[in-house]
Ligand binder design. Structure first.
Ligand SMILES: [Mg+2]
Length: 309
């Protein structure tokens, strides 16, 4: 397990680090709360073992900062304490600590606490995964793909690169459900999702945005490339009919792509609205095609709602 140590006492830090390494863990050691906080900004550590008393940012403050950041991956926090006493434990719990180890620690206690940490972390990971993925298609769900878009837009602003998105809607999907039943509809959604996932670049993300609507987030993808990406996805979905049991059903999809640049300061909602307007044009233009959003597509957004399928 990747473990971060925050401890200002050098002897304690070295002993703890050496013990954890001997137990097979990957250890990063920092000298105080601020250094630990900076390290957590660079990468995720599932477990933090932090001293309570440290100069400037102490263990309690570090706990509070971590909990206030609401990162999607959980960090289990063990506070090292020489204080003892019920009230201080409660202060630690209130600040966000999960467990405590009294200094000087013995190895058995440390191993036992690590086992508890691993159990809780495994549970957190299971819940996090369940909360992120769409049960039918296995793609990211709407909450997760929206969060992913927000994160990528922040990164775009930092890195000065373009970001593209594609909204994809399966054509005449309502008819599939009406004529062939919901099991056939589910089979089409699952197969379309599988084809989508295989036609992405490694760093693109795709999620189920609505019933038969999907959102692709393509970081670092300029305008000319997003059309290539969208067309590749469209061809991959429509290339072969989908096996729905009683027959092979041809499927197609319409796509609306939109590109945002780091300097436009566009919101995620506005970007999605432009892609939605382009998708509407693709539907209105005869379906089974891709349209690229223009800068003025926002004004057309209000008129575009709801007329898809
Ligand atoms: Mg200390």
């Amino acid at each position: 397990m990747k473990i971060l140590i925050a401890e200002d006492d050098m002897t304690s830090r070295l002993v703890l680090g050496a013990t954890l390494k001997k137990l097979g863990h990957e250890v990063t050691a920092t000298n105080d709360g601020q250094q630990a906080w900076d390290a957590m900004d660079r990468e995720h550590f599932p477990l933090l073992i932090s001293d309570w008393m440290m100069p400037d940012v102490d263990g309690l403050e570090l706990c509070r900062r971590i909990r206030a950041a609401h990162r999607s991956e959980y960090t289990y926090i063990v506070l090292l304490t020489a204080l003892g006493g019920k009230s201080s434990y409660l202060d630690g719990m209130d600040a966000g600590a999960d467990d405590f180890i009294t200094k000087p620690f013995d190895e058995d206690t440390l191993v036992a606490r690590l086992r508890v940490a691993e159990r809780i972390l495994a549970l957190h990971e299971t819940l996090r995964t369940q909360a992120m993925f769409d049960g039918l298609t296995g793609l990211l769900n709407r909450t997760a793909i929206t969060r992913c878009l927000a994160a990528e837009m922040e990164r775009t602003a930092r890195d000065g690169k373009d970001l593209s998105i594609v909204l994809l809607d399966l054509d005449h999907f309502k008819q599939v459900n009406d004529v062939h039943g919901h099991a056939a509809g589910d089979a089409v959604l699952k197969e379309a999702a599988r084809r989508m996932a295989t036609s992405m670049r490694g760093y693109d993300q795709v999620g189920r945005y609505g019933g038969e609507e999907f959102l692709v987030v393509a970081p670092g993808c300029p305008g000319k490339d997003v059309l290539t990406l969208a067309e590749r996805v469209r061809h991959c979905i429509g290339r072969e009919a989908v096996d729905i049991g009683e027959e092979m059903l041809p499927v197609s999809c319409s796509l609306g792509a939109a590109v945002t640049s780091f300097d436009t300061k566009e919101t995620a909602d506005a970007l999605i609205a432009r892609a939605d307007a382009a998708l509407y044009r693709a539907k209105a233009g005869g379906r089974s095609r891709t349209e690229l959003a223009t800068a003025t597509d926002e004004v057309a957004v209000m008129k575009s709602g709801g007329i898809k399928t």
